[in-house]
Design a protein around this ligand. Structure first.
Ligand code: 13P
Ligand code: SF4
Length: 419
């Protein structure tokens, strides 16, 4: 039997970036509340099964029993069910996905499964919300564990973004310039709540993913003098820098500071205002790790996700979305050595798929997306059994008023194809 990340983390907790992950699946998953990354306006389904409250029957099942349950439920549900999985999802779960992809592809996949009446999303909360917004009205979307959120998405809440917007309107005014360009266009990264996507829809803005961020920024600059980019400062900075925008024209907006910590002059000169958000997995990558990889493996190719800090992206050979990273590996030659700066489940899966290349994660510490990791096979078995019994467990429902505005911003995004 191969060793899974799960085994590694539990066996040697000090090799993981998150000590919580060293606990058993039902232990680390016990903090209360509707999961991180959830829209604050989300309707909490009833009966609410919070993390850690998975029925004891499922907690006691062996892995073999859980997998038998999942397979049996999948067989019974047939084409009524579609399971979507993000590249970062753990192997024990991803094996059941009908479609695996990056955030942009998964948003499209949610649209292209007209036969199914239920989408089970093995990703994180904002991805499931997006699927619910884009799906047909009679389709249901399930997130097997409601605590599978995104810590970056939590770094921009609707109230703070509204407050920022008011400040910016006070500085810039609300009127377009002589060329008809708006003072500022809001751009939210896909990793944000539905409420923020709706905010962008209402204010002439748009959503982007890491695969189409450059196309989206071009779209925004055709319509506005500047951009407010949230929540990921790194994706915003890396993308804008590649378009030739100087760093001095990319001030940071820190939500707790007056004017975000900027002067009126700095804001007037700004081209891209970057929200103070980041991904805790990707901020671990460093230039020192790249230097070490180059010293140990002369000729190594380094590719990183653009959520990594700018010096890391600059020192790498390439940067791109999870799908771009996958395509980079597919295009490589047998014998190549490739160091990857992204989540470790995805890197290990690529290494297993291409055994004739040497593929490794830049960060020597096992660092999974700890929220996506919460989708344990136990939750998948329990939600699928629910569907077989005619019960929707952990359904994600975005209220209609939010969904309507968010869809405007998402449809603009879907038209902005990756380059
Ligand atoms: P992708 O859009 O590249 O799939 O990335 C999503 C994500 O959450 C990366 O941390
Ligand atoms: Fe969010 Fe980071 Fe996980 Fe991506 S890897 S879903 S940005 S916490």
């Amino acid at each position: 039997m191969t060793t899974s990340i799960n085994d590694l983390i539990v066996a040697a907790p000090d090799t993981s970036c998150d000590v919580e992950l060293a606990k058993g699946p039902w232990e680390f998953d016990t903090f209360p509340g509707y999961g991180p990354g959830a829209s604050e306006n989300d309707v909490i389904p009833e009966p609410v099964v919070r993390p850690g409250q998975l029925p004891a029957e499922y907690q006691r099942m062996t892995d073999d029993e859980l997998h038998a349950r999942i397979r049996a439920a999948k067989d019974k549900l047939g084409s009524r069910l579609v399971i979507l999985g993000h590249f970062y999802q753990r192997d024990e779960v991803i094996q059941y996905a009908d479609f695996v992809g990056d955030s942009f592809q998964l948003a499209n996949a949610a649209l292209t499964k007209p036969d199914s009446d239920t989408i089970v999303f093995c990703g994180v909360h904002f991805m499931a919300e997006t699927a619910d917004i884009l799906a047909r009205p009679e389709q249901h979307v399930i997130l097997p564990n409601l605590a599978a959120g995104c810590s970056m998405a939590d770094m921009a809440d609707e109230d703070s973004v509204e407050a920022c917007w008011e400040d910016l309107m006070a500085v810039y005014g609300e009127e377009p310039d002589a060329d008809g360009k708006q003072p500022v266009i809001p751009v939210t990264y896909m990793n944000s709540s539905a409420a923020l996507k709706a905010f962008c829809g209402r204010h002439g803005g748009i959503v982007c993913t890491s695969s189409n961020a450059a196309t989206v920024l071009e779209w925004a600059f055709e319509r506005g003098q500047r951009v407010l980019f949230f929540p990921d400062q790194h994706l915003g900075r890396n993308t804008a820098k590649a378009m030739g925008i100087p760093l001095e024209q990319m001030p940071m907006w820190s939500p707790r500071k007056e004017l975000g910590g900027n002067t009126v002059e700095e804001l007037n000169d700004a081209k891209v205002i970057l929200w103070h958000g980041f991904c805790s997995v990707h901020k671990r990558f460093s230039v020192a790790q790249i230097e070490k990889a180059r010293a140990e493996f002369p000729g190594v190719k380094v590719i990183v996700h653009p959520e990594s800090p700018m010096p890391v992206v600059d020192a790498a050979d390439a940067a791109g979305s999870t799908d771009a990273i996958r395509k980079y590996v597919i295009a490589s030659e047998p014998g190549d050595v490739i160091a990857i700066g992204t989540e470790v489940n995805m890197v290990n899966r690529l290494a297993a798929e291409f055994p004739d290349r040497t593929i490794f994660c830049l960060d020597p510490v096992v660092c999974p997306c700890s929220t996506m990791y919460r989708i344990h096979p136990g939750y998948l078995a329990w939600t699928l059994d629910g569907l077989v019994a005619g019960e929707l467990r952990n359904e994600i429902v975005v209220p209609d008023d939010i969904a309507t505005d968010a869809k405007v911003a998402l449809e603009r995004m879907l038209a902005a194809l990756p380059k």
